[in-house]
Design a protein around this ligand. Structure first.
Ligand code: LLP
Length: 428
């Protein structure tokens, strides 16, 4: 069997009478005709259902959506309306969240190198927590307090627990050798607690850890919970934040725990370890990844007999840098025949001017693939749009939310004029 495993598609997909796949009741061909390609198509109900699953597992206000995974105003609002708080990791993410009408009091600010300006923006706006990452950041918060910037923020200290998650080195963050947080092993974590407790410029309310991203093994989370519980229980603080990191299946054969299972593992571990704090988490990928697919148009097919076939689409590393950055795998299929066998193995590439511009190193596709076909890549809803670029001055794709037969544009395609919007040029 080489047909696509339909479990990689979002929840609300179905083949229409014309054989074309529909997302949220919207034919992919119609969405592509209206908004062009490439286009990110989100199954809005799938997004909502993952938010609801997370809130059911952990409780209202105990799930903090990691906006870095995918953020636009519609997404910020959707997550907030579904009972989640928002984790922002920059002044820009905070700005977008607040522009969607999400109150600062529902946002928590992250970052290993927050600027004084970002801290001022967040503190003055009244964010729920500043997750403090370093002693230098403590100095900056002290200086703002001395300068009369208030209110005094509630802070959570980011602890580096020394737990290595089984994931790609670039997205593993909990090990001792990390730019993030206060290390538990060398006593920095204790020193940070001491400093925060004595400080008049911050209220210490809890501790935090995040061991890494796209983690498939529940045991890694249980281990982190255990290490954090050892540290946190004697402190007796109201908040314990255990980060995000739950993996998702991108390709055939991958199996990740569900959000519900993740919740059970973490909450059971915390209970048996005697944690009395409110436990919250910060999922990003597990909320957004499987909710979307990217739809491209096939432009050039180059067959080099005895070598390989290259299939080029009208996007590439600018809308999905993950294959190039992390060697991440993705499936691909033709929405006009989602269940067809895929017996052609080809290198799926974009339109950027470099050979590294690969979307799938060994994509499986139907043999009748032709120039002009729509080609879809599932599970692109997290860290695709958000990590996109304008390389080669390619305009960023639009984002469309589909639900109940309605396709709603939430981010329009960039125009050539947008490419000049920040370009300051004085002729002569
Ligand atoms: N909390 C903190 C403090 C984080 O640093 C992250 C992700 C999350 C929560 C959300 O993690 P998630 O549930 O999405 O795994 N660009 C990479 C992922 C980088 C993740 C960075 N931090 C990728 O495309 O795989």
């Amino acid at each position: 069997m080489t047909a696509l495993d339909r479990r990689l598609l979002s929840d609300n997909t179905a083949v229409g009478p014309d054989g074309m796949l529909a997302v949220g009741g919207c034919s992919i061909a119609d969405v592509a005709a209206e908004y062009g390609t490439p286009v990110f198509i989100y199954d809005e109900q799938h997004l909502r259902d993952r938010c609801r699953e997370a809130v059911a597992a952990f409780g209202q206000d105990r799930v903090i959506y990691a906006t870095k995974a995918f953020l636009c105003r519609a997404m910020a609002r959707l997550a907030y309306d579904e009972g989640m708080l928002l984790d922002v990791a920059s002044g820009g993410e905070l700005h977008v969240a607040m522009a969607a009408g999400v109150p600062a009091s529902a946002c928590t600010l992250h970052g290993n190198n927050k600027s004084t300006a970002e801290l001022r923006q967040a503190i003055a706006a009244g964010v729920k927590h500043v997750i403090v990452d370093s002693f230098d950041e403590c100095d900056r918060i002290d200086a703002l307090h001395a300068a009369g910037v208030g209110p005094v923020p509630d802070v959570v200290l980011r602890i580096t627990p020394g737990v290595s998650a089984h994931t790609h080195e670039f997205i593993s963050t909990g090990q001792n050798d990390s730019k993030f947080g206060f290390n538990l092993a060398n006593g920095d974590a204790d020193r940070a607690v001491d400093r925060a407790r004595r400080s008049a410029s911050m209220n210490l309310v809890g501790v935090h850890c995040h061991i890494g991203s796209n983690v498939f093994e529940a045991s890694s989370f249980a281990k982190a919970a255990e290490v954090m519980a050892d540290f946190a229980v004697p402190l007796d603080l109201p908040e314990l934040v255990l980060g995000g990191g739950l993996g998702v299946a991108y390709i055939e054969g991958e199996e990740a725990p569900t959000i519900t299972q993740w919740g059970n593992v973490l909450l059971d571990a915390c209970e048996s370890l005697g944690v009395r704090s409110r436990v919250s988490v910060e999922p990003g990928r597990s909320i957004a990844a499987a909710a979307a697919m990217t739809v491209y148009t096939v432009g050039t097919i180059k067959d080099i007999p005895g070598v390989r076939t290259y299939v080029s689409v009208d996007g590439g590393m600018s809308d999905n840098p993950r294959p190039v950055l992390y060697g991440s795998g993705y499936e691909s299929f033709l929405p006009r025949c989602v269940d067809d066998e895929r017996e052609l193995t080809a290198r799926l590439v974009g339109k950027h001017c470099e050979s590294g511009d690969v979307l799938a190193f060994a994509a499986r596709l139907p043999t009748d693939l032709a120039v002009g076909d729509l080609l879809a890549m599932p599970v692109t809803g997290a860290y695709g749009h958000s990590m996109g670029s304008n390389y080669n001055k390619i305009t960023r794709p639009p984002v469309v939310f589909c639900a109940d037969g309605d396709a709603r544009l939430v981010v329009r395609r960039e125009s050539f004029d947008d490419l000049l919007a920040t370009d300051v040029f004085v002729e002569g």
